[in-house]
Design a protein. Structure first.
Length: 114
């Protein structure tokens, strides 16, 4: 049972929606928990490289943690292959309210995908 408003419900309302964008090394669960205490409506995970996320349980446990109070949540992925992105999205779908494909990050690890 959902006890929070989903992202589209928030965005369709008349109220200001406060969103915490993904930030490298900062947007993990403890930080998201903190910003939610200050009325953040939607939070993003840090960017997760979908290829390693799919291949390694250790990477999954390191890169993605959440809890019942961490909603609504958008999980951000970087991917050079559509299948990697889709497979990673399928893994997190039970725990998230959306996925985001990072298409504009200047980080070296992201620009090597081009």
């Amino acid at each position: 049972m959902t006890t929070y408003k989903r992202p589209l419900e928030l965005l369709e309302g008349d109220s200001l929606v406060k969103i915490c964008a993904p930030m490298v090394r900062y947007s993990k669960l403890p930080f998201r928990t903190l910003v939610r205490k200050y009325d953040c409506d939607i939070a993003f995970t840090p960017m997760i490289v979908s290829e390693s996320f799919n291949q390694s349980i250790k990477a999954r446990h390191s890169d993605f943690t959440t809890n019942s109070g961490d909603r609504p949540l958008i999980v951000q992925f970087a991917a050079s292959q559509a299948k990697d992105f889709a497979d990673a999205a399928e893994i997190v779908v039970p725990y998230a309210d959306g996925v985001d494909l990072n298409c504009g990050c200047p980080q070296k690890c992201v620009t090597i995908f081009n």
